[in-house]
Design a binder for this molecule. Sequence first.
Ligand code: IPE
Ligand code: IPE
Ligand code: MG
Length: 253
Amino acid sequence: MPQYKRMDIKETINMAQLPQHVAIIMDGNGRWAKERGKLRVFGHQNGVAAVRDTVEGAVEIGIKFLTLYAFSTENWNRPKLEVSALMELLVNTINKETKTLMENGVKLHAIGDLGKLPDKCRSRLQEAMEKTAGNTNCTLTLALSYSARWEITEAARQLARQVQAGTLSADEIDETTFAQHLATRGMPDPELLIRTSGEQRISNYLLWQLAYAELYFTEKMWPEFRRTDLFEAIADYQKRERRFGLTSEQLTK
Ligand code: IPE
Ligand code: IPE
Ligand code: MG
């Protein structure tokens, strides 16, 4: 940040042009812990504070949808110990953080193959979603046991079933109907994707929904990410020209 002191970054954001939906790939917990001579789980534990501050930051400026990649389909293949520690952390965090969600008017939502989660995890999640269902400031979606290819395949299967049952004709399937069968139905597509830890890839996240998202990568590891980093990403996003296939001249006409 050469131009502004970090404290001032919020002032540089144009509140009239906020993205409605910000998606984040929270990455780098393991490396952050290893750099400190700790176990990977220590990184996940410290990632919770980053989630809390980011959610509060999103509410503070008025982001309506925040979607966090918390656990991918592929993450099930990690060592058993890490997977169970992550599931445990999830249960405890959902318990503890429901209060923060209520205070901030945040509605909790989850997308992914939730049937694969341990029962306790799923029931805690369900409780927190029910408790926060009436909140309207921001929808916080956790992508859990999620992968975009899983989601797209599920949508295709649902549509095929309807065609098979004769309740839908194949010709009626367009981008709108397809999107209505995705886990994110009813949400606007993310305008901005943030990934921490310096990795520059999508890792099977929201492949359909990110079609025209602006991508923002930061070297920061997830446990160190805070609301000012979110604000920096949004300020950067606002400097970009989103052309959607048009020419720059068409946009300024
Ligand atoms: C992100 O951090 C959290 C999850 C994927 C659950 P990582 O655990 O991927 O940390 P790195 O990328 O190995 O440092
Ligand atoms: C992506 O991170 C999934 C989550 C952040 C939950 P990974 O660390 O699993 O992604 P890859 O394997 O490095 O692409
Ligand atoms: Mg990683």
